[in-house]
Design a protein around this ligand. Structure first.
Ligand code: SF4
Length: 351
């Protein structure tokens, strides 16, 4: 990092904060600096757009308004509140951390960065966000938004997404954090990356408060930054999903703990695409008599590193079996949290 970069960064706080104070979006988690609200919102916002998060956040705060209520919530309630957000380990880690805060800190959110960082599910980004926004500390929250803006400002032509590079960036930014405005400064970077120096399209440089010092804008190279190493292609997995009905009951299965969607509910399924005969044999092998079996439209679900290509059979069964848990439609609708990968088949059952 050259000295000229540091002197350029030193020019960022004043115009960025001025712009932020005038343009910050009104968001429910910005109503106050309560670390519980900041924490829950930051975890929800990972991998999810602001507009999608707002109703989840409001519902979550209504039902679990305190750290203690989160620590004591039944798992089914917690997962139902998270249904559709994906990455369910985030919800489980929230609860683990809430329990730890109750046990170790008497239910009061810790204010030391290291203590925050040591909580389950909290990495340097989230710890930086909470420590700066809620406790006014100069702890940058370096995510894709910040890296994108910074790499364009400085025309920094290296892949910065590794942990070591992010740490280096955090160190640089910490040096320019303005005393007394640390929380606003963290949020200003996030805001600029979300609404002006946007991902996946042309940045709105004409409206940018940093346009006058931005290297990429000056040289017209905005779209060349950030520099990213090529991603590995996603692994493809093929499955056959069964929507099994027996009278007014539907079959579900609990996934084994750990791994992708670990411990969550799913419709019974198996690896590979089975033709109707093989599908019938798979079901009879599990003690089910098959009255009718009809193929339904296949669906695809994309996770970060894997994509599932799922074919589907809707099956009328003559009996229930012990391999699966048989629930009513109402239970499935109101009580069971089904991951989106499977929820997308619910329409086939009229749910
Ligand atoms: S001037 Fe353009 S490229 Fe530079 S930081 Fe602003 S929006 Fe991003």
């Amino acid at each position: 990092m050259e000295k000229s970069h540091l002197s350029l960064l030193a020019q960022v706080p004043a115009p960025l904060l001025d712009w932020y104070y005038k343009n910050a979006r009104v968001l429910p988690w910005r109503e106050n600096r309560d670390p519980y609200r900041v924490w829950v919102s930051e975890i929800m916002l990972q991998q999810t757009r602001v507009a999608a998060v707002i109703p989840y956040f409001l519902r979550f705060m209504e039902q679990l308004p305190t750290i203690e209520s989160l620590a004591n919530a039944p798992e089914d309630q917690l997962l139902k509140l998270w249904e559709g957000l994906g990455y369910y380990s985030r919800a489980r880690n929230l609860q683990k951390a809430a329990k730890e805060i109750c046990m170790k800190y008497g239910g009061i959110f810790p204010d030391r960065y290291e203590d925050i960082l040591s909580l389950p599910g909290i990495g340097p980004y989230t710890a930086g966000a909470i420590a700066s926004i809620s406790f006014g500390q100069p702890t940058p929250a370096v995510d894709g938004n910040v890296l994108r803006v910074l790499s364009r400002l400085l025309e920094w032509d290296a892949d910065l997404t590794g942990a070591a590079e992010k740490k280096q960036v955090a160190g640089l930014l910490a040096a320019i954090y303005p005393a007394g405005q640390c929380g606003a400064f963290t949020q200003a970077w996030m805001e600029l990356g979300a609404v002006i120096c946007v991902p996946g399209g042309a940045p709105k440089c004409e409206d940018c408060p940093l346009g006058h010092i931005c290297g990429a804008f000056g040289s017209g190279t905005q779209m060349s930054f950030p520099v990213l190493s090529p991603k590995k292609p996603r692994k493809k997995e093929y499955k056959t999903v069964f929507l099994l009905r027996c009278k007014d009951k539907i079959a579900l299965h609990r996934r084994t703990p750990g791994g992708l969607l670990g411990g969550l509910w799913e419709f019974p399924n198996t690896e590979g695409h089975l033709d109707p005969d093989a599908a019938t044999a798979w079901l009879t092998g599990r003690g089910l008599s098959v009255h009718a079996l009809a193929e339904r439209a296949p669906k695809k679900h994309i996770f970060t590193h894997i994509e599932w290509h799922m074919q589907c059979y809707l099956v009328e069964c003559g009996n229930e079996n012990n391999d699966f848990v048989w629930v009513t439609e109402r239970e499935l609708r109101e009580k069971i949290s089904l991951p989106t990968a499977f929820r997308k088949f619910a329409g086939e059952l009229g749910l």
